[in-house]
Design a protein around this ligand. Structure first.
Ligand SMILES: [Zn+2]
Length: 318
């Protein structure tokens, strides 16, 4: 009986730990195109050879608020509310796993949240879900590309504190730029991508990159996914002070894109899109390092766990 109750508590706990992520808008496919997947055999397929033609497959890719953009630094308006980057330490029971993507290297996992402001100055909570690589960079800074860009993708959730209906941008993406350096040492977190015997990362802390970034100046605007379906629901923060990457590690990413059918010039970057009147904001993110704050869901499940354990104790006493 007691064992059954303990099992029930554990099951309850795992259900409560599920997050309800805010859904992205459904893509609108053009007439005659029912879907668009990565490839080069079907006319509806997308790849980096036909990136100027994505709008013929998915209507949104031709809309006004697309990404990436060329960031003209002198055109930015200073904003007064800055995001606080402060990832809570990853639980030892959760790992990142390599996602099977043909067009990038990607690690997926459940991590903890950051808070970010949308452009109406409301603050929302977004959970980090995955990060992936583009080379060269997708965003330009004053017309210049960098060697590599990492996208940290965070998704908003529906919970007791915020409603998906109120959140215009369901995603917040941090773009981090990298430039080759003779003195850079390899990043541990990138290594499993190129070692077939390792398919998980257990020791990576999302704060690592931000700890290495001496200048946390960012540019903030509302844009889109840079791959199909180009959903216009992204709160973009592009950090423009590049991090160093070793030449050997950078070459591994380039070799991954060594397929002329999909990656002209060994590249997986979408060309820059027009700003179309959008305001570009500038700021400096605050970084407080790692703390050991409790995860929100865990606190609710803990309360219920404690209540059930009290109930068990009471039954034993009786
Ligand atoms: Zn990306």
């Amino acid at each position: 009986m007691i064992l059954a109750l303990i099992l029930l508590i554990c099951a309850f706990d795992s259900v409560l730990a599920q997050r309800t992520y805010c859904q992205l808008p459904d893509p609108i496919f053009n007439d005659g195109v029912k879907n668009s997947t990565w490839g080069d055999t079907d006319p509806s397929d997308w790849n980096y050879l036909n990136s100027n033609d994505w709008k013929s497959k998915v209507v949104t890719c031709g809309a006004s608020f697309q990404s990436p953009i060329n960031i003209i630094t002198t055109a930015a308006t200073k904003e007064s509310t800055f995001p606080a980057i402060n990832y809570i330490l990853k639980s030892s029971t959760k790992n990142y796993f390599e996602a099977q993507r043909d067009y990038t290297k990607e690690l997926e996992g459940e991590y903890d949240f950051i808070t970010a402001y949308d452009l109406s100055n409301s603050q929302y909570k977004y959970y980090a879900r995955q990060f992936h690589i583009h080379t060269p960079s997708e965003h330009q800074v004053d017309g210049k590309n960098f060697d590599l860009e990492v996208h940290f993708v965070h998704q908003a959730v529906e919970d007791g504190e915020q409603s998906c209906n109120d959140i215009r941008n369901k995603l917040t993406v941090f773009g981090l730029l990298f430039q080759q350096s003779n003195t850079a040492s390899d990043y541990e977190v990138f290594k499993p991508w190129f070692d077939d015997t390792v398919n998980r990362v257990t020791s990576f802390d999302m704060n690592d990159f931000f700890q290495k970034m001496t200048d946390k100046t960012y540019y903030h605007y509302t844009g889109s996914l840079t791959t199909i379906p180009c959903s216009q629901t992204v709160n973009w923060y592009v950090f423009t002070s590049p991090l160093p990457i070793s030449k050997s590690q950078f070459k591994q990413f380039q070799d991954f894109l060594d397929n002329d059918d999909f990656f002209p010039n060994k590249a997986n970057n979408r060309p820059v899109q027009n700003l179309n009147g959008r305001t570009l904001y500038k700021g400096t993110a605050s970084f407080n390092g790692v703390t050991s704050l409790p995860v929100i869901e865990a606190s609710w499940s803990s309360i219920i766990q404690m209540a059930l354990l009290l109930l068990v104790q009471l039954m034993i006493t009786i």
